[in-house]
Design a protein around this ligand. Structure first.
Ligand SMILES: NC(=O)c1ccc[n+]([C@@H]2O[C@H](COP(=O)([O-])OP(=O)(O)OC[C@H]3O[C@@H](n4cnc5c(N)ncnc54)[C@H](O)[C@@H]3O)[C@@H](O)[C@H]2O)c1
Length: 256
């Protein structure tokens, strides 16, 4: 049974990784999926591969931290379909810099990409969905739940995403809007974000990866596919009583 037949879906930062796997799964389940990113080369080739399988996927350039890009992206979708059913605020970046070594500009960059993007998306999502209904999923992280001294700004953004999600979800519910908002908290996953961050550690990279894997009871990182499956559950009617919740998908990382 396909859960998203003819649903209009937008996933940000979805040229690859968790977003890319989500786009593929939504489309396989019948969705009409808008995939957006700033990396147009990667986005175009990923989209063409899905379109070649007759999946309904459209690529748009969108910087998720740009208010103007949000307005353009949502207007494009509404012009064509008149509604948006599912919005996944997935775009994000990693940054491994201890507090005392970070500049204000580095801090502000992560805030813009990981947290302001989620505010902008959720705000326009609520305005778009509050009459016809919809679902918003904000991709946080176990970094919203557990401190990691190597990435304090990332911790702050994901903690912010989690609490912001709860506030927005409760606001919608209390106003009687048919809009469900939740956050997804993946553990370590095999994506470019993690590969780039680890590469930046130079000769400390191997020890970092060893320590991370040793801290995951399942004993390995997740694949993007394994994170996207629970994301689709959160977007589906099976999760209709869930609002303002954190869905943790981490191989047991925060359980110990
Ligand atoms: N990989 C992990 O271990 C992990 C764990 C927890 C949470 N997350 C979160 O999952 C989300 C996806 O990360 P991923 O691991 O798949 O990373 P990824 O690097 O594979 O994909 C992220 C995508 O976002 C895009 N992007 C970056 N800045 C953007 C912007 N301003 N506007 C639009 N697109 C932008 C990149 O071009 C890239 O295609 C992020 O929010 C990340 O913080 C990842």
């Amino acid at each position: 049974m396909k859960r998203f037949t003819n649903k209009i879906i937008l996933v940000t930062g979805s040229a690859r990784g968790i977003g890319g796997a989500s786009v593929e799964q939504f489309a396989e389940e019948g969705g009409i999926v808008y995939t957006t990113d700033i990396d147009m080369d990667a986005l175009t080739s990923a989209t063409q591969a899905l379109q070649a399988r007759d999946l309904k996927v459209e690529a748009l350039h969108q910087d998720a931290s740009s208010e103007a890009d949000w307005a353009t992206t949502v207007a494009t979708i509404l012009d064509k379909h008149g509604r948006l059913d599912v919005l996944v605020n997935n775009a994000g970046m990693g940054q491994l810099i201890p507090v005392e070594d970070s500049t204000l500009a580095q801090w502000q960059n992560v805030m813009a990409v990981n947290l302001e993007s989620v505010f902008l998306g959720t705000r326009i999502g609520i305005k778009t969905m509050k009459e016809k209904g919809g679902v918003i999923i904000n991709v946080a992280s176990i970094a919203a739940n557990v401190a990691e001294p190597l990435f304090p700004a990332y911790n702050a953004t994901k903690g912010g995403v989690s609490m912001f999600t709860k506030a927005a979800a409760v606001d919608c519910a209390r106003k009687g809007y048919p809009v469900r908002i939740n956050s997804l908290h993946p553990g370590y996953c095999e994506t470019k974000l993690v590969a780039d961050a680890v590469a930046g550690l130079g000769n400390k990279a191997e020890a970092f990866v060893k320590a991370v894997v040793a801290s995951i009871p399942i004993g390995r990182l997740a694949t993007p596919w394994e994170i996207a499956r629970p994301l689709l559950f959160l977007a589906s009617d099976d999760a209709r009583y869930m609002i303002g919740n954190e869905l943790v998908v981490d191989g047991g990382y925060i359980a110990v």
